[in-house]
Unconditional design. Sequence first.
Length: 128
Amino acid sequence: MYNYKNILLFIIFYFSLIAGYILNENLNYGSYYDWVNAYVPVLKGFSKNFLETFLNYEKYGQRHSPLYLILLSYMVKLGISFDFVRLIHLHLCLSLIFFQTKQLGCHIIAITPSIFEKLKNSESYLIN
């Protein structure tokens, strides 16, 4: 069962992320520019010419699977602004953290030795 302090702390952190988004907070001088330089060209490419972008995906320098960016590019193609897609991206990333911690059997979001062990065991197929 969640206690009220954890819920309040989550709400405070969540709204700090939203406030940072609204105020274009860029404390490390990289996150916004990463979005503009790394994701926006791929999203524009997928929304304008899907096949060419997919076949030449490596030229964008992305290290992630294109599936997530394809989903976001369909939003751009539907006419949703890049700023709103960026907000959706923020929420999807947050939800992925919660799903991953649930899958690992965590009750809090923290990296403990047992989580490292679970990660090491679950990714061992990548090494072999």
